[in-house]
Design a protein around this ligand. Structure first.
Ligand SMILES: [Zn+2]
Length: 349
């Protein structure tokens, strides 16, 4: 009897030991998983151009994840409305990167709902081209003198302090590689600040982000050299005549300014825009009267209006890539810009 009790006691003891080991192992696994996901820096970017920067900065860093809030085919966020799915993505983020300059019209909603979220504004401190309020009804809008650059700190004030009523900012700064470099620097600095000042963050990845930033900037600088060469060719070539263009997306104003092409008119077109025959006729008259030689349009929007104007005026239509959509590969900004350079080179041959 005593022996039987001893065996029973032994079995019970064994089972308790096995049980506690199992609990220990599973709780250890659970803890490892929990720490792993907490350690990973979760970055969400608003749309394609800043997503490209995020991807390049995260290159080779296992514990940093970069997501694009919007689909890679969304394009500019001019009329974008946040979805409940977007809110879920933002709620899981440590840092959000935005283009700024008014591109993210939904920014206030994010700031209200997630007051503790770290937001990096990539365009903060970048000088922006002013642009008159854009009307989605297809109304022709004039881009004011693009040589007059104003500090784009979000305030509606010109350099001399005068109020610019009804004038917004052209937020498409990335189409000028020199401005894009400033955006890369701004984002790298913002991430470094976050990593070095947030208790739960892992500051060890800050150096890698910095070196990734240097690598990406050197690639953009190389691209920028080609833009400088192109600008020199344009300024030296007298056969080009009146160096004025009509642009069909505000983004081209930055590329045009870099090359020395004056934007005579900006007619923002998107997938929902259509112009009446009368409106097109008005533009045709203006192009003829101003002897405007160049029309810059965009592939993803309907370019039939630009083609019609080109046919009626003899101006040359060129398709420019705004780098607002792409296949998600980390070099797609560089690829799009190289293609733009080739397109603009063809005009001077
Ligand atoms: Zn746009």
């Amino acid at each position: 009897m005593k022996r039987k009790l001893l065996i029973l006691f032994g079995i019970m003891l064994f089972m308790i030991m096995v049980g506690s080991i199992i609990i220990k192992i599973s709780s250890k696994n659970f803890a490892t998983e929990l720490t792993k996901s907490e350690d990973k820096l979760q970055v969400v970017t608003s749309f394609y151009p800043v997503y490209m920067i995020g991807l390049n900065l995260a290159e080779g860093i296992d514990n940093m994840e970069v997501k694009s809030l919007t689909d890679l085919k969304t394009g500019c966020l001019h009329d974008y409305q946040l979805t409940t799915e977007d809110m879920k993505i933002i709620s899981a983020a440590d840092v959000m990167i935005i283009n700024g300059g008014g591109m993210e019209g939904f920014l206030n909603d994010i700031m209200t709902n997630y007051p503790n979220l770290t937001i990096i504004d990539a365009s903060e401190g970048i000088e922006m081209i002013p642009s008159e309020e854009v009307h989605s009804d297809g109304e022709t809008v004039n881009v004011p003198d693009t040589s007059k650059v104003i500090n784009g700190d979000g305030a509606n004030k010109a350099e001399n302090g005068t109020e610019l009523s009804n004038i917004g900012w052209n937020a498409h700064v990335w189409l000028d590689p020199q401005q894009y470099i400033k955006q890369v620097e701004k984002i790298a600095n913002g991430l470094n600040d976050y990593l070095n000042t947030t208790e739960a963050a892992d500051p060890s990845i800050a150096d890698k982000i910095r070196s990734n930033s240097d690598t990406y900037i050197s690639k953009i600088t190389e691209l920028d050299r080609s833009i400088t060469e192109l600008a020199n060719t344009w300024s030296d070539d007298n056969r080009l005549g009146n160096k004025e263009a009509v642009i069909f997306h505000d983004s081209f104003a930055y590329l045009a300014r870099r090359i020395g092409i004056n934007v005579a008119y900006s007619i923002p077109l998107d997938s929902d825009t259509s112009l009446s025959a009368g409106e097109i006729g008005k533009i045709v008259d203006e192009v003829k009267a101003g002897d405007i030689k160049y029309l810059f349009t965009e592939e993803q929007f309907s370019d039939s209006i630009a083609s019609q104007i080109a046919a009626e005026t003899g101006a040359t239509e060129s398709i420019i890539d705004s780098a607002v959509t792409g296949d998600g590969s980390k070099d797609s900004y560089l690829t799009a810009m190289k293609k733009n350079i080739e397109t603009l080179k063809k005009l001077v041959k």
